[in-house]
Design a binder for this molecule. Structure first.
Ligand SMILES: Cc1cc2nc3c(=O)[nH]c(=O)nc-3n(C[C@H](O)[C@H](O)[C@H](O)COP(=O)(O)O)c2cc1C
Ligand code: SF4
Length: 309
């Protein structure tokens, strides 16, 4: 495995001092986002990122930021506090973290439920749950390449493909997220919980909300495959949705650090005037235009808010 720093490499001064440095960096980034006009920020505490390493059971730092559950939550909470103080109470601040680490010795859902309660009590406006996607089980990178965290079994849990096991690829994060949401509700907190991972269809998403498994549903690949999914569904034109094939072609491009596109766009309507292509001219950089044959804004104005529960 190529060299990669971990938050537990305390012999390195810049790793030891992360708890002093990170709150200010997060707060500055959040301030810039607010000044740039964004409606809110999501602090990234998930996958292979630094804060996820702090939260993990694998974090055995010997200072106040590793070991016990309270110590592992300390920096994420300090970061949140600094961000909140910087952007103010009237600005949406949530975080994305892992319902389960999905690696040996990593966080089970029980730990993530306790973090969820602590985050809710601290005043996060929403909690968004993903799973896996970590470095510990990533495939050995090619010589000269960096390790990519979504290549091992935990990566599969994060972005499941159509090739799967008996549980199937879809909704693998639903029950863990629902358990965390239930713990947050049992603690008397109403913080909205977002669930993501292999969720693609209206019926499936609506069912999750109706059954109280989550409050918000996140889609990544399905909304890449069809950025108009939301409008089509809202207008009752779900039969026109371009359905993601979950082949992870897009993710393979991301691994190579080249522009991410969807395989379902690439060969379609290449004669569309003014379409942007990748440097080699082979792939579209935007989805083919959807031509619904009506004024979308007027139609949406007439459709009212979508109520899923
Ligand atoms: C092309 C691609 C790139 C992604 N890049 C990131 C990333 O940089 N950081 C991250 O935390 N998650 C990343 N993800 C993971 C998504 O945020 C999401 O958690 C995951 O795809 C599961 O949701 P889905 O089943 O709706 O696609 C990426 C996903 C895709 C498909
Ligand atoms: S390339 Fe397109 S169809 Fe394939 S997984 Fe990605 S979004 Fe889905």
């Amino acid at each position: 495995m190529g060299y990669r720093e971990r938050v537990t490499d305390l012999d390195l001064a810049h790793i030891r001092e992360l708890p002093e440095v990170l709150p200010g960096l997060f707060a500055d980034a959040a301030r810039r986002a607010r000044e740039a006009g964004f409606d809110g920020v999501e602090l990234h505490y998930a996958h292979a990122y630094t804060m996820s390493q702090f939260l993990s059971r694998l974090n055995d730092r010997d200072d106040l930021y590793g070991g016990s559950l309270a110590n592992r939550a300390r920096l994420p909470l300090e970061v949140f506090r600094r961000v909140r103080d910087t952007v103010g109470e009237d600005y949406a601040v949530g975080c994305r973290y892992l319902a389960e680490d999905c690696v040996d010795g990593g966080n089970p859902v029980e730990d993530s439920a306790r973090f969820g309660v602590a985050f809710a009590e601290a005043g996060f406006d929403f909690l968004s749950l993903s799973r896996g996607g970590r470095f510990e089980d990533a495939r050995q990178p090619a010589v000269g390449s960096a390790a990519y965290p979504y290549t091992g079994p935990s990566g599969y849990e994060c972005m499941p493909q159509y090739v799967s096991d008996a549980r199937g690829p879809f909704g693998r994060n639903v029950e863990p997220a629902a358990a965390i949401r239930a713990a947050i509700r049992a603690a008397g907190q109403a913080t909205p919980v977002v669930v993501t991972g292999g969720i693609h269809g209206f019926e499936q998403a609506e069912g999750l909300l109706r059954d109280g498994k989550a409050d918000i549903v996140g889609f990544a690949r399905q909304s890449l495959a069809d950025p108009d999914w939301f409008i089509k569904v809202r207008l009752g034109r779900g039969d026109e949705v371009v359905v993601c094939e979950y082949t992870n072609y897009c993710e393979a491009l991301d691994q190579k650090h080249v522009p991410v596109t969807c395989k379902l766009w690439d060969r379609k309507r290449r004669d569309e005037p003014g379409i942007a292509l990748t440097g080699d001219g082979k792939r579209r950089l935007t989805a083919p235009l959807w031509e619904p044959g009506l004024d979308i804004e007027r139609a949406l104005a007439g459709s009212g808010d979508v109520r899923l529960s």
